[in-house]
Each structure stands twice: as structure tokens, then as C-alpha cells.
Design a protein around this ligand. Structure first.
Ligand code: BEZ
Length: 264
């Protein structure tokens, strides 16, 4: 059976049609409050737009992403910046960063304790971790539509669910177990415009929900997307706009200089 890899990204489609990912992520940069000269690891940097915003603020960012296509595009767009293809679940670096930042990436990583381990080890004592990603209940209307349609094909969507959407309690506990001090955690609704065209939801499914349909032919996929769009239209198509029912988890946590429990 074909194996799906969440590393299969279309960087061009991501930049042209999903530009809102970086645009809406700019809010979390305020929480990072980057200082000139700081070193910042941007974890799951995609095509590098927020890495570039961090550099514009005077910091020295390094962007990593699992997708070589995303990193190629990031390097093309921002040749003076430092990017690397890397898996955040196993990432190790000699550098000791002042901050680790992540926007709209951690929900793709289904081994969160391993990611938190990588973050901890990448930070200097006193460093901070600032992130935003999908939290508990994120895109639940879309997931319900996918689940219903896949059931018609005899497929249990849960077996293919590619995302990790934790609650505040679950994620804070993981952070605290690794030694972090959680200074801030907030779960909030962020209705997200996905586009005005009638096939905007199909573009979204094509960009982000492919793991559910990894063994579908292009024709089968198009038919499934149409069925899902029909189910979702009454709930998510408003005033000629598709609006995704996004729910974000935003966290700020510190690796305190001496918390008596650091393992490294
Ligand atoms: C998100 O940014 O919340 C998200 C994006 C794609 C798929 C699922 C969630």
C-alpha cells in the first residue's frame, strides 16, 4: 500500500493560495518580541516569510522545515537567510538559540514530546519558546465533512488523521514535564478566510488534507472534494467567502536558567 508522507508539499500552491498562513501568523511575532541581535530558530518555517520578518526585526534566524520543496522556495525568496531541511522531531544543533519560534507547523508533528525535546536542547538557559498552531477543536467542521465523505468509501478517517491538535492542559503538561515554565497559553477561535472562489475549499483540501486521500486517484479526489464542499457549504461559506473554523493554541514558555530539573 502506498505510504503517505506529510512531507509532500506544493510550495508554489502554498505561496500563491495559502499566503494567509504567514499573514495571519504575524500576530504571534508580537509575542516573540524579538530583540536585535538575537538568534532565533524558526521551526517549520515553510517558505520563509516569517523567518524573513524575524530577520527584518534585526535578529539572526535559522529556518528549518521537513520539506525540501519548501526550503528550496525559501532559499530562492530569501537568499541571504539561513535555511535547512530538518525533522523537528529529531533536530539537534550545536547552536544555543535565544528563542525558538513556530507558526502553523507543530500540528503536523505527531510526536510532540520529541519536538519539545528538540526545542529544549536548542535553547540556551533563559531562552524562550513562542508558538502558535492548531489547538483542540481546530477545523472540526472540515474534519467532520471529510469523515462523513470517507465513511461513504468505507474508510475510517481517524486512521488517516494527520494532525495533532492538543488542549492547553495537554500541551502545557508536556512542556512542564520537559522542564519548561509555561508563562502563557491561550486557545482561541480564529475564523480564517480561505478564498472567495467556489473551489477554494478544494484548494485547501488539496494543500492540507491530502493524507486523508493518499490512495485516491486525481479523479476520485476531485469527486470526494466536491462532496465535502457540498456538505460544508451551508456551514462555512458565508457572504461569498469560505471561512475555515480554525482554533489556535498560542504558547509562551521559558527554559529557566536554573529550575533544578534540567536534564541537559
Ligand atoms: C492550521 O493551520 O490550523 C491547519 C492547516 C492545515 C491543516 C490543518 C490545520
Amino acid at each position: 500500500m502506498a505510504q503517505y508522507s506529510t512531507n509532500r508539499w506544493n510550495a508554489e500552491l502554498y505561496d500563491t493560495k495559502m499566503g494567509f498562513v504567514s499573514e495571519l501568523g504575524k500576530g504571534v511575532l508580537d509575542f516573540l518580541a524579538v530583540q536585535a541581535g538575537e538568534s532565533v530558530l524558526d521551526l517549520g518555517c515553510g517558505t520563509g516569510d516569517l523567518t524573513a520578518a524575524i530577520a527584518d526585526a534585526g535578529a539572526l534566524p535559522v529556518g528549518i522545515d521537513l520539506s525540501d520543496e519548501m526550503i528550496r522556495q525559501a532559499r530562492d525568496k530569501y537568499p541571504s537567510l539561513c535555511f535547512a531541511v530538518a525533522n523537528a522531531e529529531t533536530y539537534r544543533t550545536e547552536q544555543s538559540f535565544d528563542a525558538v519560534f513556530s507558526n502553523a507547523a507543530l500540528h503536523w508533528m505527531k510526536r510532540p514530546a520529541d519536538v519539545i525535546d528538540s526545542i529544549w536542547l536548542a535553547l540556551r538557559p533563559g531562552g524562550r519558546f513562542v508558538a502558535e498552531f492548531g489547538g483542540k477543536g481546530n477545523v472540526q467542521t472540515i474534519v467532520a465533512g471529510i469523515t462523513e465523505v470517507l465513511a461513504d468509501y468505507g474508510i475510517d478517517a481517524w486512521q488517516r488523521h494527520p494532525w495533532y491538535f492538543p488542549s492547553i492542559a495537554e500541551y502545557s503538561t508536556l512542556l512542564e514535564q520537559r522542564g519548561f515554565t509555561v508563562a502563557y497559553a491561550c486557545l482561541f477561535e480564529r475564523p480564517t478566510p480561505l478564498g472567495t472562489e467556489s473551489d477554494a475549499i478544494a484548494d485547501w483540501l488539496d494543500s492540507f488534507a491530502d493524507p486523508f486521500f493518499y490512495d485516491f486517484s486525481a479523479k476520485e479526489k476531485a469527486a470526494a472534494y466536491r462532496k465535502i464542499a457540498d456538505k460544508l457549504r451551508p456551514k462555512l461559506y458565508m457572504e461569498r467567502n469560505w471561512v475555515g473554523d480554525y482554533r489556535r493554541l498560542r504558547v509562551v514558555a521559558y527554559k529557566e536558567r536554573d529550575n533544578g530539573q534540567s536534564r541537559n
